[in-house]
Design a protein around this ligand. Sequence first.
Ligand SMILES: Cc1ncc(COP(=O)(O)O)c(C=O)c1O
Length: 359
Amino acid sequence: MPRVFNFSAGPAMLPTEVLEASAKALLDFQGKGFGIAECSHRGKEFDGVIDEAIARTKSLLGLGDTHDVLFLQGGATALFSQIPQNIANGPIDILVSGEWSQKAAKVAKEAGLKVNVVATSEGTNFDRSPLPGEWKLSPDAAYFHVCSNETVHGHRLTTWPEHANLVVDASSEFMSRPHPVNRAAVVYAGAQKNLGPAGVVLVLVRKDLYPRIPKSVPGLFNLQKLAESKSMINTPPTFGIYILLETFRWLERQGGLAGLEARNAEKANLLYQAIDGSGGWYTGTVAVKEQRSHMNVTFRLPSEELTDRFVKEAALQGMVALKGYRTVGGIRASIYNALPLEGAKALAQFMKDFQKKAG
Ligand SMILES: Cc1ncc(COP(=O)(O)O)c(C=O)c1O
């Protein structure tokens, strides 16, 4: 059955090869007569899967033994609470650049932390990420939290900031380009954009943070205990983690993260050229061009009516899930790793044709 170009922001499109290999392992894992979702997480089959998933994560990212790799449940949202609970041994700094970092700040405040918003672009509807020159970092922060790609607003940090204790919500760009993970304290990413199905969040934790974890943190939420049990204090989402492993194998076949970065830039440029070349008919929602995301491309058409028509007609041509997030409106084309170059070419062409017809 032909697969459409799926521009969903998440859960999002996965590579067909990953789905095929995972479907095979779901029915029969390595010729054993049972599937990978049907065996104990305490057995040698799943142990092999988690070991390989950890090893491939490290090798794809070039991550050293300074950090642990965890595969947890609860999504990125759970980490909004879990990180403060584990490592906030004082006030925290946070860059509020969009809805997701705003949510992270809100949850930390609710947990009773003193939260210093180093800068916010809320006043301009998060049309950019505040530039480093505008940040007011505090000298005594337990850590500095940023969201490296704001999924809703379509902008990213061109480079991850330098900070002794940097915490990064990389959910919507994780493994789409090489990341300076070795100099980060904690990195987390919900899987359902670039890595696999919903239900798994990948977390990297620098081990020297463990002495900060208060004894009162229950084992199931204690990052050190979770690492020591290879994310298996309780039953992990075994099939979800297996799909991530297939994605890691696929990523290596694509030339690793540098290979993906080049392909993602090509895809993003096709769409940004279509916007910039439209004579103002399509307008990008991001005010600072260098910050435009290579994962979530956001733009508006001249009217609501044209936007609805655009979404409907694109779907008829096999390009689905293009409607923008409710607070931003317009169009959001999410072009994660799994979206092939042909998908971006088809959308760029459609944009030009649609403008010619309707403009
Ligand atoms: C940047 C970012 N952070 C956090 C989340 C929340 O993820 P989850 O729904 O897995 O908790 C999302 C989800 O879209 C996101 O895009």
